[in-house]
Design a protein around this ligand. Structure first.
Ligand SMILES: [Mg+2]
Length: 509
């Protein structure tokens, strides 16, 4: 750190001030790194990064709107959709990650980890979850569901719900829900394949890509601790080069080019195929961008490579799987596949985490109130059980005692009235408490998102997205530069994993 401080003080007072700020100001909790599985960073020798939405944080509204508009244009041009769809406008706050598109029914659904449907929209209209009563949700069924896994998928999901509305309004009544989905997919793929989205981004990178001021400092810190860095992205070289140059070249303290940060650069990696197929590596000519099949003997650490697979990669760098950490934003392509197929450790970047945690901080008091109401309901329920049992006992006693004195009858009657009164009071109070709980739950949920609620939960359950994050990522955090605030060789320890009966112990203490 002292070396870095000295270098900065000399070369750039502005960066020196930034560094001092970073060191002296602790970040708030929204940028913490969270641990699902223990990870000892001292055993990690290679750290790999995805680029899009990982190193490169995109300006959410600008890029999603761009993808939305280009796709609309392609729907009109290539799929003969009526020109009036061009009047549709994009709102970046209508869809969250982790939803499923049910393109047989034209719905968007949120499910929890038990595959129960928690929320449904048909087009932009809310539906009761009962429409999925007894419907087994097989999220892996490619003929019915598509998952909104990445931030790149948000515009297509929003476009889908708007077009379903147009089907219902008879503007697109000659197209089925499935047809619309397939048309959108085709056009979105085309915007990526023909380079139209990327060329617009590159024309005005500053509009679309957020330049994280702490990114280069973080990579410097990792390299200073002898970690070897590599880039593994699905983007093509020409695009990667320009984005990385924008992110790092002018910020670099020690290096003349972004390339100097990375031992190896792999573009066009075709993840998740990189983790499960046996595609060979190609060498990329940096000037012509031509790709030639790579001869392993010619592998050098500063080369640019394309495609490939993780087994050959481990052989080339001579590292074992658990010595490699990979950081990406795509739950399926970056984290799930690398966890299942390779032995790489993983970090999931969840950009939404900062907003999600800020809301959690805002609603903390409401959560406490909710817990108190829930405890009150439990207590009332228990009281009700006692009153009902006593009333039952009393009735049995009445039947078994043949003759009662007037005084006994009076006492018995009084007790019965008291118990009935108690039962009535419990029912009334429970009903009132249930209404309060329901309203408070709604209030909390809509603070996260008015339609879909929190990203990682639904009610008391963990959402499908939360479940996947917990199952597949060793660590998760909102952005790569959060590593700057931790010791590089930190042993990330998970919280003690508890079972429901452990909670009883905790509560009784
Ligand atoms: Mg990505």
């Amino acid at each position: 750190m002292e070396t870095l401080k000295r270098a900065l003080r000399k070369s750039s007072p502005e960066k020196f001030r930034l560094l001092t700020d970073l060191v002296e100001t602790s970040i708030d909790g929204t940028r913490d790194i969270f641990v699902n599985r223990p990870l000892n960073m001292s055993q990690i020798h290679y750290i790999g990064f995805d680029m899009d939405y990982t190193l490169a944080i995109y300006n959410k509204h600008a890029i999603e709107e761009l993808a939305f508009v280009i796709t609309l244009e392609k729907l009109v041009e290539l799929k003969s959709y009526p020109a009036e769809i061009m009047e549709l406008t994009y709102h970046d706050d209508r869809i969250i990650r982790g939803l499923l598109i049910d393109y047989q029914k034209g719905n968007l659904i949120k499910i929890n980890r038990f595959k129960q449907v928690c929320r449904v929209q048909h087009g932009t209209q809310d539906l009761e979850t009962s429409v999925y009563f007894n419907d087994k949700i097989d999220q892996s069924d490619p003929l019915r569901f598509s998952s909104v896994d990445t931030l790149f998928s948000l515009p297509e999901a929003y476009l889908y719900v708007l077009l379903v509305d147009l089907v219902e309004n008879k503007v697109l009544n000659d197209r089925s829900y499935t047809q619309i989905y397939e048309d959108i997919r085709y056009c979105i793929d085309m915007t990526h394949r023909d380079g139209s989205l990327k060329s617009d981004i590159l024309r005005d990178i500053g509009k679309y890509v957020y330049k994280d001021p702490h990114l280069s400092l973080t990579l410097d810190k990792l390299r200073e601790s002898d970690k070897k860095l590599f880039l593994l992205t699905n983007s093509e070289y020409y695009y990667t080069d320009m984005i990385m140059e924008y992110l790092l070249d002018t910020d670099s303290l020690h290096y003349s080019s972004w390339r100097d940060y990375f031992e190896i650069v792999i573009v066009n990696a075709r993840k998740p195929g990189f983790f499960k197929e046996n595609t060979p590596f190609y060498r990329v000519d940096e000037v012509t961008h031509e790709e030639t099949l790579m001869d392993e003997a010619s592998f050098d650490r500063k080369g640019i490579y394309s495609k490939g697979n993780y087994i050959a990669f481990e052989k080339l760098i001579q590292a074992k799987g658990n010595e490699v950490l990979y950081i990406g934003d795509h739950i399926f392509g970056d984290v799930m596949r690398s966890d299942k197929d390779s032995n790489w450790r993983t970090v999931l970047v969840v950009q939404e985490l900062e907003d999600e945690l800020s809301v959690t901080a805002e609603v903390r008091e409401k959560y406490q109130r909710l817990r108190r109401l829930s405890n009150k309901w439990d207590k009332l329920h228990y009281e009700l059980h006692i009153f009902s049992s006593q009333l039952n006992t009393l009735q049995n006693l009445e039947l078994s005692l043949r003759e009662l004195t007037p005084a006994e009858s009076k006492a018995l009657e009084k007790t019965r009235e008291e118990l009935e009164e108690g039962i009535k009071r419990c029912h009334k109070e429970m009903e009132k408490t249930e209404t309060k709980v329901h309203n408070l739950r709604q209030e909390i949920s809509s603070q996260y998102h008015p339609v879909w609620g929190p990203l990682f939960h639904d009610g008391d359950e963990i959402s499908r997205f939360g479940d996947q994050v917990r199952d597949y990522a060793s660590l998760y955090t909102s952005r790569v530069s959060n590593f700057f605030f931790y010791p590089i060789d930190r042993y990330y320890k998970s919280l003690r994993d508890i079972m429901p009966h452990d909670r009883w112990l905790e509560l009784s203490n």
